[in-house]
Ligand binder design. Structure first.
Ligand code: COA
Length: 700
C-alpha cells in the first residue's frame, strides 16, 4: 500500500466550504470530485445549504453519518483553525487545505500556519497545503481540487509547489494527450511535503516516473534519504527554480520558504539520483521519455535519417551528452549496404537519403534495432516529396513493438507536413520532437538514470569512530575563551582525534617554548602566528619557513611578533605555532560549509593558494556519504589526474584521501556546531596524507 493511500484513495470525502454558486472555489471542488467519477461517499458541508450538486449537504462535518477519510477545506482563512479542530475531534485523519493567507502573506500568516500545524499534529492528522490547488488521482479516480480540468490517466506522478503551474500544465497536457497517475499541488507544505509525495509515488503501482516543480525543500536530510531510496525504484525528475539571486528571493516570498544554496541542491539531487531538468521543456521531455520508453541497457545510440545535416547535428549531440554512437556489426553493415541505394550511408548515422519512402525507413530501422550493439534509436525525418510522414510514423509504431527493450525516439522536423504524423507518434507512445537536440537529450536522461540505478546500490554511509569526547572538550575550551575560530594547533588536534594525519603542530607563547617544541618534533620547522583575527598570515610577515636550529626558531619568534605588530598594531595574538615541515606533496583542499536545508556540504579539489582561481572542486553532502560516492567526488576533479600521476609522477595514495574525506564527513556529522571547516592544503603522498593548515569555525 502506498504511503498516503487514504489521501489519494479515500472511501469518503467531505468538502468543507462547499458552495452552490458556480465560479466559487467551494463549488468547483465538489463539481470536480463528482465529474472525475469518484465512487466513494461525498459530503458537501455548508451551514446554509440543504443540497449541493445533487448531494445532501451537512451543516458541520461532525454531523456526517461516517468519519470521512479526507476533508477538503475551502472556508475563509479566519475559519480554518476552528474547522481543522472539528475535523480532528471527529476523527478525520487527512486534510487538504485550499485556503490561502498563511505563511505566504508574512509573519502573521506564518504564526497562523504554525497553529494550524499544531492542530494537525495534536489530532495525528496529515495535511496537504495550506494555500494549494488540491490533489488528483486518476486511478481512484478523484479530482479534489479547483482546477479547470481533470488530467488524463497516465503513469506520471506530478507534484508542484506552484498551484498555478499545476493548472497550466494540466491544460497543456490535455492538448498533448499526456496522462498522469497523480497530480499534487504542494502549497505551503506545512505538514506533508515533497519527501512524503516522492515516498508515496515510489510505492504507487500506477506511477512509473515522478516529476516535479519545487522552489525549496523542507526537510533537506529526509528528502535526500527518501529520494535516494525512491530513485532506485523509479526515476525522479525535478526542476528547482530560484537558482538566481533574484529568483531565490522571489521563491522565498512565494511560499515563505527558506532557500538553501543552489550548489547544495545540485549536490543533493546528484547524490540522491534525481535528474535535474533545467527548463520546463526539458522536464516534460524527460517525463514523456520515461513514461513511454524502456530504460536502455547502455549508452550506444543509432540514428536513422533521410538527410545529412540533421544527422550530423544529432551525432554532435550524442557526444555532447556523453552518449556513444553505436558501432554496427559487420552483418548489419552488409545488410544495409545490400538493401539501401549506393549513395546511402550504411554506417551510423544511417542516411537512407532524400528519396526514401516508408519502406526504406522500415528496413533501416528494423536492421539497426536488431543489432546487438545498439541500445536506443533516434529516427529523424525531414519532409520530402517522396515520403508520407504519416506512413513513416506508421512503420515506426509497428516496428517498435518488436523491440520492447530498446527506446525509440523521433524528431520529425517541419511544420504542417509533419504535424499529423508527430501527433500519431506521440499518441502511440513514441516521443516526437521538432528537433534532434531534445530527442538526444531525452535519451541521455534515460541512460543517466540507468547508470545511476546500476551504480547506486543501497550502500552504507562511510563511518568512523572518532574520539568525540576529546573534540567536545576542545570546543568547550575554545568557547570558554570567547572564540569561535579554532587556532591551527587546536584544529590539528581535532582532526587527529578523528584519525586524520596532521603535520605535528604546537602552540608556543615564548621563544624558548617554541625552541623546545622544535627540538621535540625535529627540524626543519615552520613558525606561524596564531591569531583568530589574522586570516592571511603570510601577508603580515606571520610565517617563517625552514628553520633549522633552536637559535633560528627563537629569532623567528621575535621577528614574527615584530612584523605582525608593525602591520596590524595591537592585534590579538594567542601565540606562535610551531609546525614540523613536511615534504611537499600534491596539494588538495577539503572544505565544509553548512547548508540551511541539507546540512554539511563537503568540497574537495585542488588545494593551495590558487583554489579560488582554479575552482577545481566537487561537492557532496556529508549525510549518507558512501565510500563509492567519495571516490566519485574525487574523480570529478582535475586533482584526480594529478593524484593518478601526471606526466610520469608516481600515483598518490588516493585511498588515504578517500579515508580523510570520510573522516571529515563523520566529524562534521558528529558536531553540528562546526559551521565551517577548511583543510588547505591537505598534502597527498605516495603513501599517506598530511593536513597542513586547518581552519575550523564553531557556532558561538
Ligand atoms: N463550514 C462550512 N462552510 C462554511 C462555513 C463553515 N463553518 N462558514 C462558511 N461556509 C461557507 C460559506 O457559506 C461559503 O459558501 P456559500 O457560497 O454558500 O456562501 C463557503 O463556505 C466559502 O466561504 P466564502 O466566505 O464564500 O469564501 P470564498 O469562497 O470567497 O473564499 C477561499 C474561500 C478558501 C476560496 C478563500 O479564502 C481563499 O483562500 N482563496 C484563495 C485560494 C487559493 O488561491 N489557494 C491556493 C491555490 S494554488
Amino acid at each position: 500500500m502506498a504511503y498516503l493511500e487514504k489521501l489519494f484513495n479515500p472511501t469518503s470525502v467531505a468538502v468543507i466550504g462547499a458552495s452552490r454558486t458556480p465560479g466559487k472555489i467551494g463549488y468547483a471542488i465538489v463539481n470536480n470530485i463528482i465529474s472525475s467519477g469518484y465512487h466513494g461517499n461525498l459530503y458537501p458541508i455548508n451551514p446554509r445549504e440543504e443540497e449541493i450538486l445533487g448531494k445532501r449537504c451537512y451543516k458541520k462535518v461532525s454531523e456526517v453519518p461516517e468519519v470521512v477519510d479526507l476533508a477538503v477545506l475551502s472556508v475563509p482563512v479566519s475559519l480554518v483553525l476552528e474547522v481543522a479542530k472539528e475535523c480532528g475531534r471527529t476523527g478525520i485523519r487527512n486534510l487538504v487545505v485550499i485556503t490561502a493567507g498563511f505563511k505566504e502573506v508574512g509573519k502573521e500568516g506564518a504564526a497562523l500556519e504554525e497553529e494550524l500545524n499544531q492542530i494537525v499534529k495534536e489530532y495525528k492528522m496529515r495535511m496537504l497545503g495550506p494555500n494549494c490547488l488540491g490533489l488528483m488521482d486518476t486511478y481512484t479516480p478523484i479530482n479534489a481540487s479547483f482546477s479547470a480540468n481533470s488530467p488524463l490517466k497516465g503513469e506520471i506522478a506530478f507534484l508542484s509547489q506552484s498551484g498555478a503551474l499545476c493548472a497550466s500544465i494540466l491544460d497543456w497536457s490535455l492538448q498533448k494527450g499526456l496522462g498522469f497517475s497523480k497530480f499534487v499541488s504542494l502549497g505551503n507544505k506545512a505538514d506533508l511535503n515533497e519527501a512524503d509525495f516522492i515516498a508515496d509515488a515510489a510505492e504507487d503501482p500506477y506511477s512509473r516516473v515522478i516529476v516535479g516543480y519545487i522552489e525549496s525543500v523542507v526537510e533537506g536530510e529526509r528528502f535526500v534519504q527518501v529520494a535516494r531510496k525512491a530513485s532506485l525504484k523509479k526515476p525522479i525528475i525535478l526542476i528547482k527554480s530560484g537558482t538566481s539571486k533574484a529568483g531565490a528571493q522571489a521563491a522565498s516570498s512565494h511560499t515563505g520558504a527558506l532557500a538553501g544554496s543552489d550548489q547544495a541542491y545540485e549536490t543533493a539531487f546528484k547524490q540522491s539520483g534525481i535528474l535535474r531538468a533545467r527548463s520546463m521543456e526539458e522536464l516534460f521531455n524527460l517525463a514523456i521519455a520515461f513514461a513511454t520508453q524502456p530504460i536502455p541497457k547502455g549508452d550506444r545510440v543509432a540514428i536513422v535519417t533521410n538527410s545529412g545535416g540533421p544527422g550530423i547535428i544529432a551525432t554532435d549531440n550524442v557526444e555532447h551528452q556523453d552518449l556513444k554512437m553505436a558501432r554496427f556489426t559487420k552483418e548489419t553493415v552488409d545488410n544495409l549496404r545490400k538493401n539501401l541505394p549506393l549513395e546511402a550511408n550504411v554506417y551510423n548515422p544511417v542516411d537512407v537519403i532524400g528519396d526514401a519512402d516508408e519502406r526504406r525507413y522500415a528496413f533501416a530501422l528494423n536492421t539497426v534495432l536488431a543489432d546487438p550493439g545498439v541500445d536506443s534509436v533516434l529516427v529523424l525525418l525531414t519532409p520530402t516529396a517522396t515520403l508520407d510522414p504519416l506512413k513513416v510514423a506508421g512503420v515506426i509504431i509497428d516496428i517498435r513493438k518488436n523491440f520492447p527493450d530498446k527506446p525509440v525516439v523521433t524528431a520529425f522536423m517541419g511544420g504542417t507536413k509533419v504535424v499529423e504524423a508527430a501527433e500519431r507518434l506521440s499518441r502511440s507512445n513514441i516521443p516526437c520532437f521538432p528537433f534532434p537536440e531534445p530527442a538526444i537529450g531525452s535519451l541521455a536522461g534515460l541512460v543517466r538514470y540507468n547508470q545511476h540505478r546500476l551504480e547506486a546500490k543501497e550502500e552504507r554511509e562511510y563511518s568512523f569512530l572518532g574520539e568525540k569526547r576529546r573534540v567536545a572538550d576542545i570546543f568547550r575550551e575554545v568557547r570558554d575563551l570567547d572564540r569561535v575560530v579554532l587556532l591551527g594547533s587546536e584544529g590539528a588536534e581535532v582532526l587527529a582525534h578523528y584519525g586524520i594525519t596532521v603535520a605535528p603542530t604546537s602552540l608556543a607563547v615564548t621563544p624558548e617554548q617554541a625552541a623546545t617544541f622544535a627540538e621535540e618534533v625535529g627540524y626543519p620547522v615552520v613558525l606561524k602566528v596564531a591569531s583568530p583575527k589574522i586570516l592571511h598570515k603570510t601577508d603580515v610577515g606571520g610565517v617563517k619557513l625552514n628553520l633549522n636550529s633552536s637559535g633560528e626558531v627563537e629569532r623567528a619568534f621575535v621577528d614574527i611578533l615584530d612584523n605582525v605588530h608593525h602591520y596590524l598594531g595591537n592585534v590579538q595574538i594567542c601565540g606562535i605555532e610551531v609546525q614540523k615541515m613536511v615534504p611537499r606533496g600534491r596539494e588538495l583542499i577539503i572544505g565544509m560549509k553548512r547548508d540551511v536545508q541539507f546540512g554539511p556540504l563537503l568540497m574537495f579539489g585542488l588545494g593551495g593558494i590558487y583554489v579560488n582561481l582554479l575552482k577545481d572542486v566537487s561537492f557532496r553532502l556529508a549525510q549518507g556519504l558512501t565510500q563509492r560516492e567519495i571516490e566519485r567526488m574525487i574523480r570529478e576533479t582535475k586533482a584526480f589526474t594529478l593524484l593518478k600521476g601526471f606526466r610520469g609522477d608516481a600515483p598518490a595514495d588516493v585511498k588515504s584521501v578517500v579515508e580523510t574525506i570520510g573522516q571529515v564527513a563523520q566529524l562534521v556529522r558528529d558536531f553540528p556546531e562546526i559551521t565551517e571547516l577548511d583543510i588547505n592544503p591537505l598534502l597527498a603522498y605516495e603513501k599517506g596524507v598530511s593536513a597542513l593548515d586547518v581552519k575550523i569555525t564553531i557556532a558561538s
